[in-house]
Every structure is written in structure tokens, then in C-alpha cells.
Design a protein around this ligand. Structure first.
Ligand code: ADP
Ligand code: MG
Length: 296
């Protein structure tokens, strides 16, 4: 586990408190003693209002409304083609909605993206084959330093690599790593930025089932230490339940919200939780929502 220093971007899991509506909020008590830290938001809020998206005649998203609180871990769960990537790209300022609006901390996603306030973990790790693991993990930091956009709070790449079990691999090259290890480097690369919003697009989709389970356990642990807001996209029910504070279920195309489920399971989440009847019960409810959204 990493040591949390005052004002750090990491916090012990116990600091993720839960309110009655099932939302988990970043309380950052250290900020109370450090006014300068309080003014620098470590988690972002998202407001998605009436967002639709069409590609020519193809309607990808029906109107979507979704609010995400600062520090919340929210998963968008939906079948393939339901518009999950489209929604994530719009929230990340990489694409425009056809109608409706999105704000990140009250501003447009473009502003948030330009200010390096959004970290993105893509479906494939997209590591540069000629750079070492350490250099790949530092890639975004190097780019941002060149553009003068350095963030004040971030965990070091060395710490993060150790946290994901890659401390001995900083000098290795991507081709020497398994798929799961490469995706862990991609997680570190995004997290090292210390951005207040992390967007993740099915980062474990290409992994085998066992590695995938390990990765969701790792991600839950990392997210419990993060003070950032996380918007995660997946078609895996188990992944959504294990990681999230809330799961938003999308229908088949055009994607609309068929239900939102608060995941009222204790944190920190441990792997054994997946054998718990409470876990199965939530999985069953989510499966029901997915089937309803698919018109079955
Ligand atoms: P998901 O991520 O849930 O699998 P996507 O958001 O990728 O779904 O896609 C939703 C729908 O929009 C799909 O039918 C897809 O083919 C279509 N689509 C996505 N991006 C584009 C694009 N740039 N041009 C045309 N169609 C697109
Ligand atoms: Mg997708």
C-alpha cells in the first residue's frame, strides 16, 4: 500500500465514505488542514444532460441524463454497440453530442481535456514498443511537461508501478510483458497524470477470464485509494459490480439508461466478495436490466 501524505492524490480506503443514496464521496479530510489543497479539486463532477448522438442515419445514443459526484466510481454497463464508447468519448471531449450537453466541473469537456484534467485508459494498452515500461508509464508526464501542464499532485510512476506489481519491470520492453501486464502499464500511465477524472473504456476486454478477474480486483483497490472520479465502461456484469459505487445500465442501440443500481457492498472490496450471495443478487438484478434493455 502507498503511504498517503497530506494533500496527496492518494488516500486510504477508509476515506471513501458512503452516503445514504449509495454514492461514495471523496471526503479528503487532509484538505481541512491545508486550505491550499482544498481549492485544488482532486475529483471532478460530471453532468450529462439530454445527450444524443447520431452518426448519419444511425442513432447511437438516445437522450442520456447522468450526474456523477466527485470521487464517485460509476460504471456504464451495456451490450456491445449500445453507445458506451460514444458516451465516454463525448464526456472526454473527443467527440461532440448531436444534442444535449456535458460539463466536467461545470465547464465543457474540451476545457477539462485541454487543462489535462481527464485521464483516459483505452481498450488496448497502446504502448510504444521502442520505449521501456518506465518510459511508457511516464509518457504523458513527459508530454505535459513539454507543454507546461504539470499537475501538482500525483503519485510517482515508481510508486504506481510497484502498486500494480511491476516494480521489477521498469526497464523491460512491452513485448516482454503479458497482455495483463501491458494493461497495468496503461493504467499507471493514465493514473500518473493525477487528473481528477479517469475515463476507462473496457480496458480488460482483451484479457483472459482469470487475468481479467485479477485486474478488476487490482482496479478496485487502486480506485479505493484514488481521490479521483472514475467513469468506467464495460459489458462485464461482474466487473461493474466489483468496481463501482453505482452502475448505469444502457439498452441496446440507441443506448438509453434502463436503470441505475447503487452497489451497496462494503469497501475495501476483496476477491472473496464474488462468492457472496449479496454479490450474486446484484449481478442478477443487473442481468435483468440488461435483458429488459435488449427487449428480451
Ligand atoms: P459500444 O462501445 O457500446 O460497443 P459504440 O459507442 O462504439 O458502442 O457504438 C455505438 C454505435 O455507433 C454502433 O452501432 C457503432 O457502429 C456506431 N458508431 C460508433 N462510432 C461511429 C462512427 N465514428 N461512425 C459511424 N458509426 C459509429
Ligand atoms: Mg466500445
Amino acid at each position: 500500500m502507498l503511504v498517503t501524505t497530506p494533500g496527496a492524490w492518494w488516500r486510504p480506503a477508509s476515506r471513501r465514505s458512503r452516503s445514504l443514496d449509495g454514492r461514495s464521496k471523496a471526503t479528503a479530510p487532509e484538505a481541512e488542514h491545508h486550505p491550499s489543497v482544498r481549492s485544488a479539486a482532486v475529483s471532478a463532477t460530471i453532468a450529462v444532460t439530454g445527450v444524443t448522438k447520431s452518426f448519419g442515419d444511425l442513432a447511437a445514443l438516445a437522450p442520456i441524463n447522468l450526474d456523477v459526484a466527485g470521487g464517485e466510481i460509476v460504471t456504464v454497463l451495456g451490450p456491445s454497440g449500445s453507445g458506451k464508447t460514444t458516451l465516454l468519448r463525448i464526456v472526454g471531449g473527443l467527440d461532440e453530442p448531436s444534442s444535449g450537453s456535458v460539463t466536467v466541473d461545470g465547464a465543457s469537456p474540451h476545457v477539462a481535456r485541454a487543462a489535462k484534467r481527464i485521464g483516459f485508459v483505452p481498450q488496448s494498452p497502446a504502448l510504444l514498443p521502442w520505449r521501456t515500461v518506465g518510459a511508457n508509464a511516464k509518457l504523458l508526464l513527459d508530454v505535459n511537461r513539454k507543454h507546461g501542464g504539470a499537475h501538482a499532485r500525483r503519485a510517482s510512476v515508481v510508486e504506481l508501478l510497484a502498486e500494480v506489481g511491476l516494480d521489477g519491470f521498469a526497464d523491460a520492453y512491452p513485448h516482454e510483458l503479458s497482455g495483463g501486464m501491458q494493461q497495468r502499464v496503461a493504467l499507471v500511465r493514465a493514473m500518473a497524470l493525477g487528473a481528477p477524472l479517469l475515463l476507462m473504456d473496457e480496458p480488460f476486454a482483451a484479457l483472459d477470464e482469470i487475468t481479467r478477474a485479477d485486474m478488476r480486483h487490482l482496479l478496485a483497490r487502486l480506485c479505493e485509494q484514488l481521490a479521483t472520479t472514475v467513469l468506467f465502461v464495460t459489458h462485464s456484469i461482474a466487473e461493474s459490480v466489483f468496481i463501482s459505487d453505482r452502475v448505469v445500465v444502457l439498452s441496446a442501440r440507441p443506448g438509453r439508461v434502463v436503470g441505475i443500481e447503487a452497489i451497496d457492498l462494503p469497501r475495501p472490496r476483496h476477491a472473496e466478495l464474488e462468492d457472496d450471495p449479496a454479490f450474486f443478487a446484484i449481478e442478477t438484478r443487473l442481468r435483468g436490466l440488461l435483458h429488459a434493455g435488449a427487449g428480451r
